[in-house]
Every structure is written in C-alpha cells, then in structure tokens.
Design a protein around this ligand. Structure first.
Ligand code: NAG
Ligand code: NAG
Length: 410
C-alpha cells in the first residue's frame, strides 16, 4: 500500500512537471508570436525588433544585407570610418497617420540634392515600419549608397515611460524626447514631414559650427510680420522673442541639450531637459495650442541665449507669402527649405507649394534634374501666378536651380 502511494505520488508529480513544461513552452511561443504580430514594442530599439523579425522565416527575405547596414544602431555609426561620420548629416522625422508618402518625398528631396552622406532616424507608428522599409529599399542602388536609415517605434524614454504616457500624446511630443532616446547621437536636424529640401542638407548642418558656446538649438522665427503673428496676438504662455519660433526645422546639439541646466518658471533651481518636461507640461497643458512647439517656445523664452535663430528662408511657409512676401532673406537668396504646413501640399489653397511637392513626388531617380524636375516645376508654378505665393515663386526655384547645377557638376 505504502509502495503504491509512493508511486502514485511520484507519477502525479511527474505529470504536473511535464504539464508545467508544456505550458511554459506554449507560453513562450505565444509570447513570441505576440511580439512578432505587434511589430516593435515601445521601449525596444528597432534593432531588437529586427532580431525578432528575423526569427520569422517568411520575413527574412525582406531584409537584405544592405538594410542590415542601414539599420545600424546610432552607437555603431560612430564606429564607422571617422571621416565618413564627420561628413554625415543626421536627420530625424516623426511620421504618424497618413504621412508616409509625404515623409518619403522629404527624404527624396534630401537625397537628390545632398552631396554628403545622410543618416535618417525615422520615428513611425508600427504599422508604417514595413512600408518605409519596402519603399526605401526599392530605390536604386546608387541612390541607396547616399544614405542610411534607422526606423524607430514612437516611444518614450525607458525611465518613467509610464508617467510620460499619462501626460504626453506620443506622436505629438516625440521630438521633445529625441535627446533622451538617441542618447549616443551628438547632433540632429529635426524636420516635420512636410519639409522639402531645395538645397543640400549639409548646408543647414553647417550652421551647427556657427553656434557660440551657449547655443544648443537653432530655429527660425514663427513670423516675420508681427501684425499677422500668432504668438504675439493669441498665446497664453511665454514665447521666444517678438513672434515666437517655429519648430518644423530644428537643429539640435543634443550633447549640450542633455548637459544644460535650464532656467524655468517652475522652480528657483535650474533643471535638466528630462527633469523639466513633465512639470512644464503640467503647468501649461491648459494653455498650449500647438503642443510641443509651444513648450519649446516657453523653454527658450527663459533661456534665450541658448537659441541660435536662423533666417526665414530655412523654414519658408505660406505665412511668408500668402499676404504678400515678407521674408527678406528669401527674396535675396531664394528659399532653402520649404515647409508646407497646414496641409498645403494636399489641398488647393497654395498651388505654388503644392506644385513643388507634386513635382518632387513625381520625379524618378536617375532622370535629368534640369528637364525632369526644374522645368516641370517652373511650368507648374506658372499656373499659380494668380496667388501671392505664386507670384513669389521665382524664390522657390532660385536656390533649387543652383543646387541642381552643383549636384550635376559632380
Ligand atoms: C493660462 O491662461 C490664463 C488666461 O489667459 C492665464 O490667466 C493663466 O495665467 C495662464 N496660465 C499660465 C500657467 O501661464
Ligand atoms: C556639440 O557640443 C559638444 C559639446 O560642446 C561638442 O563637443 C560637439 O562638437 C558639438 N557638435 C557639433 C556638431 O558641433
């Protein structure tokens, strides 16, 4: 009897253990499938997700050795040949919702006109990741040698991720967190998706070297003309300078941003970037209209010495021409970077802006830039001549013409 009981007990134990084993295996498979299905998990770098994806046989073919190279972690970029790294401009963009095509057009404008290497940090909602990869990898080989890219999920810094989530809408505020997410990256050009480069990216990148010892970011004024300015007429919070700044094109020395202690109107002590964001949002969340751009305006209102202001032709918007031309520097030197905010690339309100977007979107790599980009654009701008911005359209092609000549002379 004792012996039977003993055996019975042992058998039960064995059954229990094997069931436990089966369940743990099942759980880990499900876990894995879940991770694969969800794509990238917030907080994980795209490199991690790459490993996850690679486990799934059906997707292996989508990743070529070339992309392995382009999906390096920012840390390993600095391990590249030092000279190459010193020549590279680093561009970040945050793409959510229906912004895939617009973002690709921005990248195309940068790649076509730049002569130095580029690296793109593309922060996008998970469901866009694959479309970005497929689209960028479909570009011709010669074009792909000019740039590398890394795709990231929209995410918050690992530390306090849950607290951040309660306060910030991820897509809208992602750019504020770039210095904390891309910890190994020294400097970055952040651009909105509705930016088009009309001259090489390395030219704006070169402004970093004009920073004096206290500058850590650079932006253009929000308005040239205070009578139509938004901040000076409507803002219910502090803002930078006379009319505020626009954050659609923002250069950052993130090394300095991470080191700086910022003056602020929340405490008597100066705060680091990551310490400041949460109290800042809590204080101003009921008063801000344009999200993170307003927070940046508040920050640089209190730390004006830290901001390098570049002129309006680096961030040229409909505001600069829709009531008559008011960007003097663009009139002299042409538009360097076009910013089609308020959706003007996709509606009929500013046909001159739409013409630039559509022409670059239609341009196929390898075609002659003069006959397949510049000429069609000049023709399309003709039909915008009935608008104020259309009348300013020689400014839209002035710098582009020079940029095209200089790439073709290579
Ligand atoms: C928010 O706006 C209101 C109304 O203009 C103002 O009284 C209040 O001081 C503002 N809050 C902050 C934190 O500036
Ligand atoms: C950014 O600032 C750091 C610290 O001052 C400096 O070492 C670095 O060279 C700067 N980066 C660029 C691109 O100017």
């Amino acid at each position: 009897m004792r012996c039977y009981l003993h055996t019975f007990f042992l058998l039960t134990l064995l059954t229990f253990l094997s069931l436990l084993y089966v369940f743990s295996q099942l759980a880990s498979t499900l876990d894995g499938r879940d991770e694969l299905g969800a794509g990238v998990i917030p907080g994980r770098s795209s490199q991690d997700s790459g490993h996850l994806l690679r486990k799934r046989p059906g997707l292996v073919g989508l990743r070529s050795p070339r992309e392995e190279l382009s999906s390096e972690k920012p840390g390993s970029i600095s391990k590249k040949h030092g000279d190459e790294e010193a020549r590279t401009s680093h561009v970040a963009v945050v793409a959510c919702g229906p912004r895939l095509e617009e973002t690709l057009t921005m990248v195309k404008s940068a790649v076509v006109l730049s002569k130095k290497p580029l690296h793109f940090y593309i922060f996008a909602e998970d469901e866009l990741h694959n479309s970005f990869r497929v689209a960028l990898k479909a570009w011709p080989r010669e074009v792909q040698t000019k740039f590398t890219f890394t795709i990231y999920p929209i995410t918050f810094p690992k530390e306090n991720a849950n607290e951040w989530k309660k306060l910030f809408k991820p897509c809208a505020s992602q750019r504020l967190f770039l210095p904390l997410i891309l910890k190994e990256v020294d400097s970055l050009l952040y651009v909105d998706t509705d930016i088009l480069f009309l001259q090489p990216v390395e030219d704006i990148w070169a402004l970093l070297s004009l920073f004096d010892s206290s500058h850590l970011a650079a932006m253009a004024p929000e308005h040239e003309e205070p009578r139509i300015g938004w901040y000076n007429r409507f803002a219910r919070h502090p803002y930078y300078g006379k009319t505020g700044v626009n954050s659609g094109v923002m250069l950052m020395n993130m090394t300095r941003l991470r080191e700086k202690y910022f003056k602020n109107d929340m405490t008597a002590v100066a705060l680091k970037w990551e310490e400041m964001l949460m109290p800042l949002l809590q204080k101003y969340k009921l008063n801000i209209t344009w999200g993170d751009q307003d927070l940046l305006n508040i920050i640089f209102h209190h730390n004006p010495e830290s901001l390098y202001v570049f002129p309006c032709q680096w961030n040229y918007r409909p505001d600069h021409c829709m009531y008559g031309s008011n960007c003097a520097q663009a009139e002299r030197e042409g538009v360097f970077i076009l910013h089609g905010n308020r959706g003007v690339y996709h509606n009929d309100k500013q046909p001159a802006f739409q013409a630039v977007y559509k022409t670059i979107q239609k341009y196929q790599f390898g075609e002659n830039l003069e006959t397949s980009l510049l000429k069609p654009l000049e023709a399309a701008l003709q039909s915008a001549a009935h608008t104020y911005c259309g009348r300013a359209s020689p400014l839209f092609t002035k710098r582009l013409k020079e940029s095209i000549r200089s790439v073709q002379q290579r």
